[in-house]
Design a protein around this ligand. Structure first.
Ligand SMILES: [Fe+2]
Ligand SMILES: [Fe+2]
Length: 211
């Protein structure tokens, strides 16, 4: 696995795309081969996390530029005031559409929808409790300058991603085959929530918890 402390040479051996992406940034390999990957990127004016995403073939999550400029307090406020309420609102909306759709289309696809709805409810319960813990304990303590152990939150993040992976599998990548407008809407909303959640967890694990 790539690591910011490994030399550019070691990183390029580990993953050939490292070299390709460095060249795109105008790097001269011979000069930086023995520097740490992090230092080399810094001197090229590139953010380490952005670089890794390029190498791994993902584009960056949306609106990350402003997020990366935030200080700890701004970031925590952004999560508490925008991300958490929006995600809870979306999952509430999805919950409502599921209940309606299961009733309306019970004969045709009641059971299929129920299996997915069951996982969605697990996610909902997990999020309600997880967000409360962050807001009442870890984030408050972190803002107060206390040394916070984020282990528990990180484990819960993994659990949540696992549940989303399960829904992704059950819906064949949020493409449940259906003509019913409610089911189409569910595909769309769940896809969006999945993206938001992965971004949210990335912001916490990789940016906030390392501040
Ligand atoms: Fe959070
Ligand atoms: Fe979290």
């Amino acid at each position: 696995m790539l690591d910011k402390n490994m030399t550019v040479e070691a990183a390029a051996m580990e993953n050939p795309k490292v070299l390709m992406e460095l060249q795109k940034l105008g790097a001269e390999y011979d000069f930086i081969a023995l520097e740490s990957l992090e230092d080399a990127l810094k001197s090229l004016g590139e953010n380490y996390d952005v670089f890794i995403k390029k190498v791994e073939g993902h584009t960056d999550f949306k609106d990350m530029e402003k997020v990366r400029k935030m200080n700890k307090e701004e970031l925590i406020n952004y999560i508490i005031n925008e991300i958490h309420p929006q995600e809870l609102e979306t999952i509430e909306k999805i919950d409502g559409i599921f209940r309606g759709a299961i009733k309306k289309y019970y004969r045709e696809r009641g059971e299929q929808l129920f299996v997915i709805y069951e996982v969605l409810l697990l996610i909902k319960a997990e999020l309600v409790s997880h967000f409360s813990s962050e807001e009442e304990f870890e984030f408050k303590d972190s803002l107060a300058g206390k040394n916070v152990d984020f282990e528990n939150l990180i484990a819960e993040h993994e659990k949540t991603i696992g549940l989303f992976d399960r829904i992704k599998y059950l819906t064949r990548d949020y493409k449940m085959n259906a003509e019913e407008p409610e089911v189409k809407e569910l595909n769309k909303l769940m896809y969006g929530l999945d993206e938001d959640m992965r971004r949210h967890i990335y912001i916490e694990n990789e940016i906030l918890f390392k501040m």
